[in-house]
Write a protein that binds this ligand. Structure first.
Ligand code: SF4
Length: 327
């Protein structure tokens, strides 16, 4: 197998909690708690889980927009986590992010042409004339007219703003884009257009995407492989088609049971999980999912299951469960 574009190894991001007069550390919020995976060039990994499971923090820790607490991130074989600020700035050319709310990530006082050009200015790529030409090319790539470059973000619809966000992310020709809930704030009709644009960019430009979403239907649309997160850890990982067809982890099965299926023959029995996702400050002992799991037994309360391939199962699939199997 080729060297992966991205290797994430035991990545953790903990936030210390402070209290009392002396602001002493009283606990840790374990937002990401030991995540490992690999992503090949030109592929899309969908990262899915309920709100608060740590998926957005994971995306930011991979890019070092938030400093990881432990673990390694290798991009094209180079350790991002060990880089100096200057080396990291250079490496950022190869990895970009698309945010959920493009409006918040765009400066309201700068035209969209200036916003798209900014990464080229920061990295001093090309002459000013070449940068302007590149802005026009990028607008065309994301389906926006050259005329709009003089307009301001507030003059755009949500879908158009997300296209601007994508054009800006493409400016430096990255190898990896972390797309953090990029369509969650958009109308369903516009979501499809943006997802098709992402799929086309992956196909035509060979960009790898880490596509983060709470919506399994959205993830299915764009992903080659899927990682399901629960309380800061991956609980199931595998090729998208197989994971959707034969999920092995009770949590994945519950999430999938809530996805509307147009074909009545393929509709799943709805599994309603009791309770809420526990706080990442006080994660349950053993399997963190055991208080909500319909399949939990004594072992689940005592021993944390590691992510592993199943004997005789698909070698590319892994599940963290003592008692995996079809629901
Ligand atoms: Fe459920 Fe036990 Fe599997 Fe955890 S290890 S998901 S509690 S069956």
């Amino acid at each position: 197998m080729n060297t992966p574009l991205l290797e994430v190894d035991g990545l953790k991001k903990h936030f210390p909690l402070r209290g009392g007069w002396l602001r002493r550390v009283t606990g840790q919020l374990r937002a990401v708690d030991g995540v490992s995976f690999r992503l090949q060039a030109g592929r899309t990994l969908g990262l899915v889980g309920e709100s608060g499971c740590g998926k957005s923090t994971l995306g930011r820790a991979i890019l070092r927009l938030q400093e990881p607490t432990a673990g390694r991130v290798l991009l094209e074989g180079r350790d991002i986590t060990a880089m100096t600020p200057a080396a990291l700035l250079a490496a950022r050319r190869r990895m970009q992010i698309i945010f959920q709310d493009p409006y918040a990530s765009l400066n309201p006082r700068r035209t969209v042409g200036q916003a798209i050009r900014e990464p080229l200015d920061v990295h001093r790529i090309g002459t000013p004339v070449e940068r302007d030409a590149r802005v026009l090319e990028l607008l065309d790539t994301v389906g926006l007219s050259a005329r709009v470059r003089h307009r301001y973000p507030h003059e755009f619809s949500g879908g158009q703003r997300q296209r601007v966000g994508i054009a800006r992310a493409l400016a430096l020709e990255p190898a990896l884009i972390v797309a953090d809930e990029p369509v969650s704030a958009l109308d369903v009709s516009v979501q499809g257009q943006v997802l098709n644009l992402v799929a086309r960019l992956q196909r035509e430009r060979g960009i790898a995407f880490l596509f983060i979403s709470h919506d399994l239907a959205v993830i299915q649309h764009v992903s080659d492989a899927v990682a399901v997160m629960y309380l800061g850890r991956i609980v199931e990982y595998g090729p998208a088609a197989l994971l959707y067809r034969e999920p092995q982890h009770p949590y994945t099965q519950a999430l999938l049971s809530a996805v509307p299926m147009p074909d009545p023959a393929r509709r799943r029995r709805r599994i309603v999980l009791p309770g809420e996702v526990p706080s990442p400050v006080a994660s349950p002992a053993g399997c963190a999912f055991h208080p909500r799991c319909p399949r939990a037994r004594a072992l689940c309360r005592q021993e944390r299951p590691e992510l592993r391939s199943l004997p005789g199962g698909d070698p590319g699939s892994q599940v963290a469960c003592h008692f995996p199997g079809p629901g």
